[in-house]
Design a protein around this ligand. Structure first.
Ligand code: BEZ
Length: 267
């Protein structure tokens, strides 16, 4: 998963991502279980990052293609996993000659504000009846962190807005349906997530993922801002030496029906 579509992840350190934030792909195992990949299926992993889950899906015997627009992440995925095909591509505009039985995505879609373009790519990539299985941040995801950053930044005269797309079930189901993807399952749930590296966990998280959130704050002022954010969050989000991020996940399964908005079964 990457923040690549907004240009951030092309500067990400893929070693730091794998080393300090491995919970991202560890939790993704549950989404692979929901996908139920079968031998011989052709599966697209959208926003594959360093390829761990693409490789995991490929162990089923499926033929997997992973895409990500971070060149560095794709290079690392290719080096580590020889089996899946990895392509440096933008989910908003990618197109394939051969369709897929399923499109999978874990912790990537919330980086892309142009969600209609993504869902158009997803629908175009699928065979009729093909499935879309995805998890992304849902409504309210990391709200406490964003609010703390917003308040501290405002005290310093800076206006911060969330760069991420965290939809409700209703919003996302409607969007999928308008692209001919019929919702079969949707769940929005809290998943408080322990950040790695003890007392440094929140600062590391902001360092890795918060570049666009912190964009209005000059680099030299960020350490002080992060200290103040930690002070605001410590009471509710720091337990026994570990920071806990207020993650909320939106998990969906949809099937390509061949119909898009304006059409109905009777037409
Ligand atoms: C997430 O996986 O929910 C997430 C990761 C980084 C920034 C924002 C959200």
């Amino acid at each position: 998963m990457t923040g690549s579509e907004n240009g951030t992840a092309n500067r990400w350190d893929s070693d730091a991502y794998d080393g300090g934030h491995s919970f991202v792909f560890e939790y993704g195992e549950d989404v692979v279980a929901l996908l139920e990949p079968q031998a011989g299926e052709r599966i697209l992993d959208l926003g594959c990052g360093t390829g761990h889950l693409s490789a995991r899906i490929a162990t089923s015997g499926a033929d997997v293609v992973g895409i990500d627009s971070s060149t560095e992440m794709i290079a690392q995925a290719r080096e580590r996993y020889p089996d899946p095909e990895f392509i440096d591509a933008d989910a908003r505009s990618v197109a394939f000659e051969e369709p897929f039985d399923a499109v999978f995505s874990n912790a990537a879609l919330h980086w892309i504000p142009e969600q209609d373009a993504v869902l158009e790519s997803v629908a175009a990539a699928l065979v009729p009846g093909g499935r879309f299985v995805a998890e992304l941040g849902g409504a309210g995801n990391v709200a406490a962190i964003v609010e703390a950053v917003r308040e501290v930044a405002a005290d310093g005269g800076y206006e911060v807005t969330s760069p991420w797309y965290f939809p409700t079930i209703g919003e996302y189901a409607g969007r999928m349906e308008s692209h001919g993807l019929e919702t079969r399952y949707a769940s929005l749930f809290d998943r408080p997530t322990e950040l790695e590296d003890g007392a440094n966990g929140l600062a590391n998280w902001l360092d890795m993922f918060g570049d666009s959130l912190l964009a209005p704050i000059p680099e030299r002022e960020r350490p002080e801002l992060i200290d103040a954010v930690e002070d605001r969050l410590r009471e509710d989000h720091y337990r026994e030496g570990t920071w806990i991020a207020d993650y909320r996940r939106l998990r969906v399964v949809a099937v390509k029906t061949g119909m898009s908005s304006g059409e109905s079964v009777g037409t």
